[in-house]
Ligand binder design. Structure first.
Ligand code: ADP
Ligand code: MG
Length: 256
């Protein structure tokens, strides 16, 4: 069974059909990259999977269960965006802990939570500290836990954002161009880090980028998207060696 099953998803904005019956199945533990030029509909599709946006037609299933109507936070997916969206007034440790504290909030209290966090029992506080520490250690940012986002480099901030996504141990990660705000050298480095993280966690990833090289180096499979349609889903090698059509070939950069 697929971890994430995208079935016949369509999305219209006014008269424009931005997603044209998208089918895509992402296997359990798979690193799937959705790659395509800017404006082809990648973010819209990811936001629909996350529950941040409604499709016009079709369904999304997670572990076989339809998730229509489930709120984003009830889908057990972690989103990482290109803008880090860290809380500037909280420390790194507090930023990473936010999803753990959110879980304990009563359901009538709404996201986003920016004010003071609910105090917990001493035991809960200890558990949270331990989870934050383990997550930070995995990302090599243990020494930064008491800093605030303003005192971090771009790469460090992106690691904190990853930590905040990881700490809840989500069913899957959805990442939308998480590296595009970083400079070229750091971007290449973070590719390797994310690929390693995927191997260590063994969690399902649905990763969005317009950068072919990024897609080719990190993914188990890539889905090449253009104009609201997926043209090919294959391993990076196969997409490179045997593109489904000239548009894929041109985009991936191996004209034949
Ligand atoms: P990508 O992430 O691949 O760059 P998007 O999913 O952001 O593409 O956008 C796909 C298309 O949908 C674009 O043409 C964009 O202008 C359009 N679009 C996205 N969101 C909206 C919206 N809320 N209203 C109208 N058009 C939108
Ligand atoms: Mg986008």
């Amino acid at each position: 069974m697929a971890a994430i099953d995208i079935e016949g998803i369509t999305r219209q904005f006014g008269q424009t059909e931005v997603l044209k019956r998208i089918d895509l199945a992402i296997g359990d533990g798979e690193f799937m990259t959705l790659v395509g030029p800017s404006g082809c509909g990648k973010s819209t599709l990811l936001r629909i999977v996350a529950g941040l946006e409604q499709q016009t037609g079709g369904a999304v299933r997670i572990d076989g269960q339809p998730v229509d109507g489930l709120r984003p936070r009830d889908r057990d997916l972690a989103m990482v965006f290109q803008s880090y969206a860290l809380y500037p007034h909280l420390t790194v440790a507090e930023n990473i802990a936010v999803p753990l504290r959110m879980r304990r909030l009563a359901s009538h209290q709404r996201w986003p939570l920016i004010g003071p966090l609910m105090p917990g029992t001493r035991r809960q506080t200890r558990d949270i500290a331990a989870q934050v520490m383990a997550t930070a250690a995995m990302l090599g940012i243990e020494h930064l836990l008491s800093r605030r986002p303003g005192q971090l480099s771009g790469g460090q901030r992106q690691r904190v954002a990853l930590g905040r996504a990881m700490v809840r141990k989500p069913r899957a990660f959805l990442m939308d161009e998480p590296l595009s705000n970083l400079d070229a050298k750091l971007r290449v480095h973070m590719r390797t880090e994310i690929a390693q993280l995927h191997r260590r966690l063994g969690t399902t990833f649905l990763y969005v980028t317009h950068d072919q090289a990024e897609a080719m180096t990190m993914s188990d499979r890539i889905a090449v998207m253009m104009d609201g349609a997926i043209l090919q889903v294959d391993s990076p090698d196969r997409v490179y060696d045997d593109p489904a059509c000239i548009r894929v070939a041109e985009f991936i950069g191996s004209p034949r």
